[in-house]
Design a protein around this ligand. Structure first.
Ligand SMILES: Nc1ncnc2c1ncn2[C@@H]1O[C@H](COP(=O)(O)OP(=O)(O)OP(=O)(O)O)[C@@H](O)[C@H]1O
Ligand SMILES: [Mg+2]
Length: 250
């Protein structure tokens, strides 16, 4: 497995659609003909009401799920054409962070970080890298703690460290602060921003929270599986103006 962190992944979607059956003959468009270009190193927020398709889009980009039609190119891989081994190799270039942490309760913080690479031979020392990552997320000294002994914010830090064990070119985060109080949420966001500037990584983050979205460089809003707004938040827009704007956008 490659050790060097590549430059952040560029992601390109063309005409990507995904429908789900919702009983009988009814279907819902979870992704509706999406065209999207995310350049290498971008930090993008996905917003939109519950059910608008944020998680679906992250799952399609991360190849957890497959679209009904359209193409996805990510980090040089034509994701929609990949099968078996190549698909697994692509997924290893992507880090996922979820709202509910999904740590393995019987494993220590250190072993949770190592878990994704446990079955593989790596060119790096798993223990060493996991320790470095736990230190990078502010958890030096907590390597042997079980998840139940960690706060929500600490568990999410472990989950972020775990997502970084493969030096991903792309980090996909689905409501990473959704279970946290606002002070802890801000700490996690600061951490993500710091990690991003330290490592070449593209980040796409789904969030309900306008304040969280305002911390990103670009805001994409979904409705019924389609992109209805794509706003550039970089270039020194005052935070309160951004907040007003994304607040209005919901
Ligand atoms: N596995 C599935 N089976 C059936 N319908 C699904 C499935 N996954 C998603 N959907 C539907 O697809 C649409 C988009 O769902 P998605 O989970 O992507 O929304 P979301 O924006 O992430 O919502 P939330 O903010 O509540 O997490 C919704 O109508 C949802 O009910
Ligand atoms: Mg979701």
């Amino acid at each position: 497995m490659a050790d060097a962190a590549p430059a952040g992944a560029a992601v390109e979607l063309r005409g990507v659609s995904k429908r789900y059956g919702v009983g009988g003959t009814r279907t819902v468009a979870a992704a509706d003909n999406i065209d999207l270009d995310v350049p290498s190193g971008a930090f993008v927020a996905l917003s939109g009401a519950s059910g608008s398709g944020k998680s679906t889009l992250l799952h399609l980009i991360g190849a957890i799920d497959r679209p009904d039609s359209g193409t996805i190119v990510s980090n040089g891989h034509r994701v929609t054409d990949l099968r078996t081994g190549a698909l697994a190799a692509y997924r290893r270039t992507v880090g996922f962070v979820f709202q509910a942490y999904h740590l393995l309760p019987a494993l220590t913080a250190l072993d949770n970080v190592i878990a994704p690479v446990l079955p593989y031979r790596t060119s790096f020392s798993k223990q060493e890298r996991a320790r470095e990552l736990l230190a990078a997320v502010g958890l030096a000294g907590r390597e042997q703690s079980l998840p139940a002994r960690l706060s929500g914010g600490e568990q999410q830090r472990v989950a972020i460290a775990r997502a970084l064990i493969n030096s991903p070119a792309l980090l996909l985060a689905d409501e990473p602060t959704g279970n946290l109080d606002s002070a802890t949420a801000n700490e996690i966001l600061d951490l993500i921003a710091t990690l991003r500037s330290d490592r070449a990584m593209t980040i796409i983050m789904a969030t309900h929270d306008p304040q969280v979205a305002a911390g990103c460089e670009r805001l994409i809003r979904l409705r019924d599986g389609a992109i209805v707004d794509d706003i550039d938040l970089s270039g020194g827009t005052p935070a309160d103006a951004v907040l007003r704007r994304v607040g209005q956008l919901g």
